[in-house]
Design a binder for this molecule. Structure first.
Ligand SMILES: NC(=O)C1=CN([C@@H]2O[C@H](COP(=O)(O)OP(=O)(O)OC[C@H]3O[C@@H](n4cnc5c(N)ncnc54)[C@H](OP(=O)(O)O)[C@@H]3O)[C@@H](O)[C@H]2O)C=CC1
Length: 313
């Protein structure tokens, strides 16, 4: 099999590798970063990913406290910087870990042993001016400065609603390239209308927790029309059910951000584009997903109020 690197296009003319295979949050997340919590399995997993063909897209964030593992893996793997795409995120809302996006990026680059990141995001729109000393609009101005300085090759946001995006589209001079949100067949609009809004404004959506339906698969899934159909496609294409769902995400024009502790699953994700779904199959997964109750794994406290609209297109 000849590997062909797939890209998606960003609104600034840059390209982004079409799947992120090593999310360093969720199962790798740590509440403190010490030598005792250093995760050798994560280092090994990133190193394994770095043996795969193509550009390896790693999703990092300040709040995950896993920069040291990323840095160690990059050092040991010794792969060319251009063959690695690093996303990083400035922590907002829950914890203020550093004083500003600029300070965050200085520290993260130093810990990861790189001079720049490929994509830098504001982790959420929930910036309390009293706590942070700046507003959402001012945070975005700082992101723009990092972009202009070349420390972040692309900039964007995460967990932003239409209203949050409208604020920075109005105040800023650079449009966010990306909005990373929770997106799966069971959560097709994290906040009302966000899918259409991002498509219309040419802001690439990235899907975190795309495998929510498998993470929370019920015992009786074999009698559920959604799971039955995904299984049928998995048999048809000789792929895992995870690959079917990740490919569905990509066919919806959304970039999947996934992770696994199992090498085979990381490999399957990196080779995601070696098969295709038919449009009718994509539509059927969309339809059966929408018929399912919403499943929201993150930010439920802030966004749970939108559950009734999360499964409407
Ligand atoms: N911006 C934000 O606010 C957020 C961003 N993220 C980012 O997104 C990344 C991915 O999020 P996550 O929710 O983990 O993504 P996924 O939905 O891809 O879930 C990954 C989990 O599903 C399991 N899994 C993988 N393949 C399969 C399979 N074939 N069958 C069943 N289970 C499977 C994995 O377990 P196993 O190890 O056993 O394979 C892993 O724990 C995070 O690491 C983080 O980088 C996540 C949450 C919030």
């Amino acid at each position: 099999m000849v590997f062909k690197q797939e890209y998606l296009h960003l609104n600034n003319g840059n390209k982004i590798p079409a799947v992120a295979v090593v999310g360093t949050g969720t199962r790798w997340y740590k509440s403190e970063e010490t030598s005792a919590t250093f995760s050798k399995p994560l280092v090994e997993q990133i190193k394994y990913a770095l043996t795969l063909p193509g550009i390896i897209h790693i999703d990092a964030a300040e709040i995950y406290r896993t920069y040291s593992e990323v840095g160690e893996a990059l050092k040991e793997a010794g792969r060319a910087r251009e063959e690695i795409f690093i996303t990083d995120k400035y922590s907002t809302f829950y914890f203020k870990l550093t004083d500003s996006p600029r300070q965050c990026l200085d520290i993260s680059c130093q810990k990861m042993g790189v001079d720049y990141v490929d994509l830098f995001l504001l982790h959420s729109p929930f910036i309390d001016e009293k706590k942070y000393g700046f507003t959402l609009e001012e945070a975005w101005t700082q992101m723009e400065e990092l972009y202009k300085a070349g420390k972040a090759k692309n900039i964007g946001v995460s967990n932003f609603s239409k209203e949050d995006l409208s604020r920075i589209l109005k105040s800023g001079t650079i449009k966010p390239q990306v909005n990373q949100i929770e997106f799966s067949p069971f959560l097709q609009n994290q906040t009302p209308g966000i899918y259409d809004f991002c498509q219309k404004h040419d802001i690439l959506l990235e899907a975190y927790s795309p495998l929510g339906p498998l993470q929370r698969e019920p015992e009786n899934s074999s009698s559920d029309p959604f799971y039955q159909y995904v299984k049928k496609l998995a048999d048809k294409y000789q792929k895992s059910e995870a690959s079917i769902i990740l490919r569905w995400v990509s066919k919806r024009g959304v970039l999947p951000v996934t992770t696994s502790s199992k090498p085979q699953r990381v490999r399957d994700a990196q080779l995601l584009y070696d098969f295709d779904l038919q449009n009718s199959e994509v539509e059927e997964i969309t339809k059966r997903g929408l018929a399912h109750a919403p499943l929201r794994l993150y930010w439920a406290e802030q966004m749970g109020k939108f559950d009734a609209e999360a499964q409407k297109l």
